[in-house]
Design a protein around this ligand. Structure first.
Ligand SMILES: Cc1cc2nc3c(=O)[nH]c(=O)nc-3n(C[C@H](O)[C@H](O)[C@H](O)COP(=O)(O)O)c2cc1C
Length: 183
């Protein structure tokens, strides 16, 4: 039983939230597996590259991307385009999932990216969950917490804001609870 935290991060901002999600998840007794999609430019990262078997066997998925002209980063989209076999077999159906991200500016498209990342997850039949309005981060007028998922906004005061980290931890805990409940 594990949460697969699959993310792309060139500058470390999405990775910061990925680490917080892992902390929240492991606090609930569920293992977190931090992975990157296969690199398209051959660049090495500190994280292992995801395999399709890891996606197939995960208990749940947290998918994270920087905002790239209002869309998710290409390596993530490219990875999902290799998952038709999992779509055909329905192996991801009913697995809980959530999304997270980062952008440089406050209205630079982070919400569009978060919503866009839910689309392949919904096509796969996953159970997408977001950030409920009990999360204090949603009442803040700065930073990147959204109902669709936590995000980090670089140009919104000093980042990361504590409520951005707290919201990411809460998403990790929420996904872990769902994984346990559905196991
Ligand atoms: C090609 C490219 C396109 C980007 N497009 C946007 C954008 O549309 N809106 C925005 O606010 N930031 C944009 N950014 C900035 C990144 O989303 C932002 O720096 C983010 O925090 C990077 O996350 P990372 O440090 O995890 O890689 C873009 C960056 C790159 C390299």
């Amino acid at each position: 039983m594990n949460l697969l935290i699959l993310f792309h991060s060139s500058g470390g901002h999405v990775a910061t939230l990925a680490d917080a999600i892992a902390m929240g998840c492991e606090g609930q007794g569920v293992d977190a597996r931090l992975r990157n999609p296969p690199a398209l430019d051959g660049r090495e990262t500190d994280y292992l590259t995801v395999t399709k078997d890891e996606l197939r066997s995960c208990g749940g998925l947290a998918l994270g991307s920087p905002t790239r002209f209002g869309q998710m980063a290409t390596p993530l989209k490219a990875f999902f385009e290799t998952t038709s076999d999992l779509w055909l077999s329905g192996e991801l159906i009913d697995k809980p999932a959530g999304v997270f991200g980062a952008s440089s500016s406050l209205h630079g498209g982070n919400e569009a990216v978060l919503l866009g990342m839910t689309l392949p997850l919904l096509h796969h039949g996953m159970l997408v969950t977001g950030v409920p309005y009990t999360d204090p981060g949603l009442a803040q007028d700065h930073g990147g917490v959204t109902p669709y998922g936590p995000s980090l906004v670089e140009n919104s005061g000093n980042h990361p804001h504590p409520h951005e980290i707290a919201s990411a931890k809460a998403l990790g805990a929420r996904l872990a609870k769902l994984i346990k409940a559905l196991a």
